[in-house]
Design a protein around this ligand. Sequence first.
Ligand code: S5P
Length: 258
Amino acid sequence: PETNVPSALPVAASSSSPVRDQLYSIAEKKRSILCVAADVQSTKELLGIADAVGPHICVLKLHADIIQDWTTDTSRRLRELADKHSFMLFEDRKFADIGNTVVAQFSAGVHRISSWADIVNAHAIPGPGLIEGLRHACAISGRMIGLLLVAQMSSKGNLIDERYTATCLRMAREAFPFCIGFIAQERLDPTGKLFVMAPGVQLDSKGDQLGQQYNSPQYLLKRKGVDFLIVGRGIYGSEEPAKAAQMYKELSWSVLHG
Ligand code: S5P
């Protein structure tokens, strides 16, 4: 069913999550609800995209594990760019294991995600122990990090049904303010306190050969009530990523506020 609800931006003031507050403050200041998915494979390309689209985004989403030459220098320089342009870093790790394992995946290994990410995401399938583990690792890191639960997916034939999504909503409510929202395709929390970032956004394509499905910013924002848009190939795959980012930023902001 279509939700047909307005944006959650006005709810920001009533929130008590510092990560959520920071995100909404950046979004308001930069007039941007755009998250760019920088799915490139080298540090040089990643930093290049981050610097180019930086002025137009509120969040840069990455998959650290596809960067072939990742070092602690990659995350250090990413953080510098995030501070320079004022955007948040979202590691799209989609944790999906028992609590004890995700603690290590979050804080150790080559990527040491908890030392630099502002936002991470997880599948809810292992149950609340996973969220507890991530919260624990977060406390050890001493950094403020927000969690998004993957409550729906954009890919054709995915196994998520309405009951699973409803359970994600319940788990997220219980885990607020560590859990601040969802990766999903429509608004889930009617109050908007738990926000939705929606991937599967592109204007020039309906999908790819591997099941990705795209919708327009208009559809997702107006008809489905999502709060933030994630655009990957529509931006980093275009000839001029900075220009494309500016276009998606302005279009999505005007859909909400114009
Ligand atoms: O359901 C999902 C969840 C995510 S996080 N569908 C997705 O496509 N994603 C991610 O969003 C995916 O991993 C990729 O990084 C991005 C979409 O990229 P695009 O190039 O298809 O826009």
